[in-house]
Ligand binder design. Structure first.
Ligand code: FMN
Length: 325
């Protein structure tokens, strides 16, 4: 059976149901374009594009469009304690729509505020979820699909395995994309056979020749086993998956003292998370782009266990295409 045509490919116009998940700070334009050019879907992470890769937003989109004329998508992080970010995100949506982006993946917040506007422009919205409670909110908001972030994922991991999460959400009537733990084509095939409309991968694409992180980061992913991945709340205030190393052990994985109290309090948790996030905006790029001698920790999911070499993004997508035929 051919697993290449799914609701995800229909919604996006791609030919291989594989998304290169948005990644702060790792989503550089060359990676995004290479994934799309090969038939998958490269995702723009606007904060990474502007603050890490130093493109003025529209110029960054033009650069990506100069490398591929295939569809690309864009990530919208919706929860912002600062008005300034909300205003900027609003402008980015307008510009992206003007420049032809039609697939948006919302995360961390309520998508209700953006769905209508994107639909009016002929776009599609998927929302990142980790459980049924958030999925129901997204359904109410009118999204077109869900990216189901499971407990193996890199970035902000969920708490449920890929198959139980599918069971939890499969009656909602929306296409579901499996995010987390995938590095091999046969794993994607198994997820699509289980009913998922595609897969989203982050860690596998960091270990690609187009992803311009420090070679030490590539090496750390290749050498790590799934059991090396630990969750730390010390980066953004919610659990983030990192490769456990000396720096992570020193930093610790749990907030303590005042930080812990603030994170547990519904009125103050937003501010504590913002503090962590602002701090991590400085530390994450340092670790990812300056290498082990500088510091520190590398983000990655349990899929590291199946990654043993750096490949080009095109080869990765092609391997998945072959495996899904
Ligand atoms: C380094 C890193 C940064 C990430 N940053 C974001 C982000 O900015 N926005 C987002 O929606 N997801 C983010 N993610 C999640 C990925 O888009 C994707 O869902 C996840 O990596 C899938 O799990 P995998 O790493 O096992 O493939 C990030 C993941 C990683 C590894």
């Amino acid at each position: 059976m051919n697993h290449l045509q799914t609701k995800l490919t229909e919604h996006t116009g791609i030919t291989v149901p594989v998304i290169c998940g948005p990644m702060f700070p790792c989503s550089n334009p060359e990676l995004i374009a290479a994934v799309s050019e090969a038939g998958g879907l490269g995702m723009i992470q606007p904060m990474a594009l502007t603050s890490i890769h130093k493109y003025e937003f529209r110029a960054g989109l033009h650069h990506i469009k100069s490398l591929t004329d295939k569809p690309v998508g864009m990530n919208l992080l919706l929860e912002h304690a600062f008005k300034k970010y909300q205003v900027r995100m609003d402008q980015w949506i307008d510009i992206a729509l003007e420049e032809g982006v039609r697939f948006f993946l919302t995360a961390l917040g309520d998508p209700a505020g953006v769905v209508e506007r994107i639909h009016d422009a002929g776009g599609i919205v998927y929302h990142d979820v980790i459980n049924r409670k958030f999925a129901l909110k997204a359904v109410d908001a009118g999204v077109d699909g869900l990216v189901c972030v499971n407990s193996s994922a890199g970035g902000h991991a969920g708490g449920t395995g890929a198959l139980p999460l599918f069971e939890e959400l499969s009656d909602l009537g929306l296409p579901l994309v499996c995010a987390g733990g995938i590095s091999q084509p046969q794993e994607a095939r198994a997820m699509i056979e289980a009913g998922y409309a595609g897969v989203q991968m982050g860690t596998r694409f960091i270990a690609s020749s187009e992803c311009n992180v420090h070679p030490d980061y590539h090496k750390a992913i290749i050498e790590a086993k799934a059991s090396d991945i630990v969750l730390t709340e010390k980066i953004s205030g919610v659990p983030v998956a990192v490769i456990g190393n000396e720096a992570v052990r020193k930093m610790g994985t749990h907030a303590s003292g005042l930080a812990k109290k603030m994170l547990r309090n519904p009125r103050t948790k937003k501010w504590m998370r913002m503090y962590y996030l602002v701090r991590s905006m400085r530390r994450l790029p340092s670790a990812s782009y300056k290498g082990s001698n500088y510091q520190n920790f590398y983000q990655g999911g349990r899929s590291v266990g199946g990654i043993d070499e750096v490949l080009s993004a095109g080869e990765i997508v092609k391997n998945f295409e072959d495996g899904l035929k």
